[in-house]
Design a protein. Structure first.
Length: 122
């Protein structure tokens, strides 16, 4: 299958917002705010930074499910088999900061794009 079809399946299979979200989609701006603040207090910092890491872990795990289960070629090739989420978070945050004109778009697309650009498969 083509990379575009793989990307559509990857994004559509496991990262879609729940039906109760009533059409809400996490934007790049929302994701960036959760990953780097500003935070009102330590509790918010812990909650949002945990969300950021968890979101990346979920996206990363879904990427591997699509690769393993559907036998698609990877969209990106992270530097280690298990993934270093601190590094992935820094890469994504840097990409979002460097592309502010994209922040209104869906976070799952932007995060995937950032990882594809940072870690292309050879």
């Amino acid at each position: 299958m083509t990379r575009a079809l793989a990307l559509m399946l990857f994004v559509g299979l496991g990262i879609a917002p729940p039906a109760s979200a009533q059409g809400y989609s996490l934007t790049g701006s929302d994701f960036l705010r959760r990953c780097e603040g500003p935070y009102r207090n330590d509790v918010e910092k812990l909650a949002y930074s945990s969300f950021c890491t968890g979101y990346l872990q979920g996206l990363q795990q879904m990427h591997h499910v699509v690769i393993d289960f559907y036998k698609f070629k990877p969209l990106y090739c992270e530097p280690t088999a298990t993934g270093n989420y601190d590094q992935l978070e820094r890469v994504v945050v840097k990409w979002l900061r460097n592309n502010p004109e994209q922040l209104h778009r869906d976070a799952r697309i932007l995060v995937t794009r950032a990882l594809m650009e940072a870690f292309p498969c050879q």
